[in-house]
Design a protein around this ligand. Structure first.
Ligand code: PMT
Length: 407
């Protein structure tokens, strides 16, 4: 593979005995044609001298957050912008804990916060520390934010213990890096995605909304990015971090979501409507907070435009994929939406029974298209998203070759 040629890799080294192996990784990366800059935490310097990495990478090594020489080199924001990918190897338990909590008390942690690029970590620690619930929670938290967790390996450790916690070998990390830069199946395809709920204001402090967390839509955005797509994510209010590399557009109401989507449609090849858009909005929004009274209150609701149907009705439309959230008769309602909204595909999920759909970390989907269907079994939303994106990629390619007017 020659995918690393001219790629800019920022290698973070934290305090652990495996730091010596990262010197070999630098050598392998340079040999593969990558440009490498190394950032060390203060603890890493207790294990390996910066000079080692400097000699191998051909560049000065960055250690201090407040560096008097920064003017003549790159400051931390520039460094974060410079790289195509940041890999922290070895990543100690302490570093992973701080990274998961969003600390920025050394240069490497600051770069992790400031980076919009893909970040990967290669954990390395004693097997008992790795088995600790705190470490597991930190890694799960990082992974849910889209940070790639590579390893650890199992085997004999420097302290004499045996078990999982060893850093992956440099050659293995190199392969993972090469895979990251391999052109994906959706390379160059523009994917427009909606995610999360919308909020329809009642007055300045109250609104109508729903239980969508955005997890399914954000997982789809990540899976599409991973396959090389150019992703635009139009999202309602959620508490998730935007996946690194997406063009992010945050909206609140269905009307704002419609405007944003219509603006982005012209550059998009595929439109995936995963958002739970409010079907209605309040007819007359109150200018001031509505006062409590003992009387029954009635709100007049008017229908919102169906964003998905509006996109699929365009003369020059992208390949349109809808979702159907149903509490019963999943197939019947999904097929009805597929036809009525003139879609290329629909992914249907049962909601409201607690086994997936809204808010949950897991989901299962029944996917339908004209003349075909496919089930995606109950799994973590990240896995479900991966499988759905793969299927969309296949169907989109078929549509392109078989029926150009549809794509
Ligand atoms: O966000 P999570 O907590 O992870 O939950 C994921 C999910 C359950 C929200 C997601 O998997 C899902 O099912 N999204 C669609 C929810 C929905 O509103 O379904 P619907 O059957 O009411 O709408 C059908 C389709 O029309 C959807 O693609 C929807 O985005 C679209 N629509 C609906 C109304 C509207 N005004 N505009 C639209 O574009």
């Amino acid at each position: 593979m020659q995918t690393l040629i001219n790629k800019k890799i920022l290698l973070g080294v934290t305090g652990g005995i495996a730091a010596y192996k990262s010197a070999e990784l630098v050598r392998l990366l340079i040999k593969a044609g990558a440009e490498v800059r190394v950032v060390m935490t203060p603890a890493a310097r207790e294990f390996v001298q910066p000079l080692t990495y400097q000699a191998l990478s051909g560049h000065r090594v960055y250690v201090d957050l407040f560096d008097a020489e920064a003017d003549s080199a790159m400051d931390h924001i520039e460094l974060a912008r410079w790289c195509d990918l940041m890999l922290v190897a070895p990543a100690s338990a302490d570093f992973l804990g701080k990274m998961s909590a969003g600390y920025a008390d050394n240069l490497l942690l600051t770069l992790c916060l400031a980076s919009r690029q893909l970040v990967a970590v290669a954990p390395a620690m004693n097997q008992q520390m790795y088995a600790n619930a705190a470490t597991a929670a930190n890694l799960e938290q990082l992974s849910s934010r889209g940070i790639l967790v590579w390893g650890p390996d199992a085997g004999e450790q420097a302290c004499g213990d045996v078990g999982p916690g060893r850093m992956l070998e440099p050659a293995h990390l190199l392969t993972n890096l090469e895979i990251c830069f391999k052109p994906g199946k959706l390379h160059g395809i523009g994917i427009l995605l909606t995610a999360g709920p919308t909020r329809e204001a009642i007055d300045p402090v109250r609104y109508i909304s729903n239980r969508s967390s955005g997890k399914m839509g954000y997982a789809l955005a990540r899976a599409a990015l991973h396959e090389g797509a150019e992703v635009t994510l139009v999202s309602g209010p959620v508490s998730l971090a935007p996946p690194a590399g997406v063009k992010m557009i945050s909206v609140e109401s269905a009307a704002e979501m419609l405007d944003a989507v219509m603006q982005e449609v012209p550059g998009s090849d595929v439109f995936i409507a995963c958002a739970a858009v409010s079907d209605y909005r309040v007819d007359q929004q109150a200018d001031h907070k509505i006062k409590k009274s003992t009387q029954t209150m009635t709100l007049d609701l008017v229908p919102n435009t169906d964003i998905l149907a509006a996109v699929s009705a365009l003369a020059e439309r992208p390949f349109c994929v809808g979702f159907a959230a149903e509490t019963r008769d999943l197939e019947k309602y999904a097929l009805d939406k597929l036809k009525r909204k003139n879609l290329d595909m629909i992914a249907a999920n049962l909601v409201g029974d607690g086994s997936g759909g809204f808010e949950a970390d897991v989901n299962r989907l029944e996917v339908f298209w004209d003349g075909g269907e496919h089930s995606i079994a109950l799994a973590d939303k990240r896995e479900v998203a991966k499988q759905l994106i793969e299927l969309i990629g296949e169907r989109y390619t078929d549509a392109l070759s078989g029926n150009p007017s549809k794509a």
